[in-house]
Write a protein that binds this ligand. Sequence first.
Ligand code: S3P
Length: 431
Amino acid sequence: MKLKTNITKMVGEVAVPGDKSISHRSIMLGVMAHGTTVINNFLLAEDCLETVILFKTLGAEIEVDSETATVTIKGGGLQSLTQPNEDLYVGNSGTTMRLGLGVLSGVPFMTRFKGDDSLTKRPMERVMAPLREMMAITFAENGGDTPPIIMLGTSRLRGRTHKMTIASAQVKSAILLAGLSATGETVVEELEKTRNHTEQMIRQFGGELTVSGKTIRLMGPQVLTGTTVVVPGDISSAAYFIAAGILIKDSELTLPNVGLNPTRTGILDVLKTMGAQYDIKNKTDGPEPRGTISVTTSELKGTTIEGEIIPTLIDELPIIALLATQAKGKTIIKDASELKVKETNRIDLTAQELNKMGAKVTPTEDGLIIEGPTPLKGAHVSSHGDHRLGMMLAIAALLVKEGDVELENVDSIRVSYPSFIEDLSNLIEGK
Ligand code: S3P
């Protein structure tokens, strides 16, 4: 697809769709709970629909109203699920597979999880090892780390203490979801604090757990009760428009109803350090705060991003790299080796694709070094099937003054934001 280039002004408002992490979890907890769960502003994108399909295949009663982005679940608890007579194909969605393995570790039947080419290369032992300690039988068919994965769950799951060796919300969540069906105490000691939507939502569904620093404790088994979930806008999707508003001359963008859970807002802290001008209004309180973000064109300076902030902006690092190409001085990103095992190797491919456009980005073992500012030029680039690379490159194209930008594999954006290109065009045309 030929992308829009050479944009001088972006003014307007865009309501980004619902949060991907919260949408996945609301389906899983709604199925585990007893009674009706209604999910408003559900993310109707491929990834979250994979979670819906998976649980429907297991017999769950889930109704999706695409017109209103509302999902209704008639939850009957895990006991109401039945062994499927087909494989569980989850497409590109690592969250569906990892959290789904956690949920199904507590159900006494066998399932076989499969994914697309990208997911078939992603590590799963990080989830299987703790679930095995809790007495589930689970292994990769190839004897290694990657899908297809067999899960033989059990009604005799045992609570255990897990000391995490990587910072991963998906692994933590798989363990906690398993812990809800296990007998005894499940403890997760995090390496770094990661997004805490699972903890917040277990409470919202009437479950109990305690959080003290980086340690989470949950006594099982627990019975959850259906509830109403209102999903906030996804800050990881908002990040692309925030970047556009900052980087494009004479811009002013407003993003209402964006989720501002502090375990997700690292990008806002980094932008402040880099000198970006933004403002947050109408902020609500509560476990999943939300607010309206407004951004205006800003001059940026380079910075160093490392340590405990990394998990709070892990999905934003490609777009932060683009912001850094336009900042004065050097930006160093460290402690982010997890980027290598995302939908693609985001360290290598962020550098490779931005460099095709004239940026100076050096990949390192655990991050990136970016020299700025560099003008960007037309090039033939690719998302490599990675939605976040695709969206970052579409924003990069807007800055190009000379030449065309052709983006290969634009369809991958559908994984998390099907109307992204349309929403972006509307802002450019001032609709
Ligand atoms: C997610 C956690 C992160 C993130 C992913 C969604 C989640 O993955 O990159 O997009 O919903 O828990 P890891 O836990 O593997 O870091």
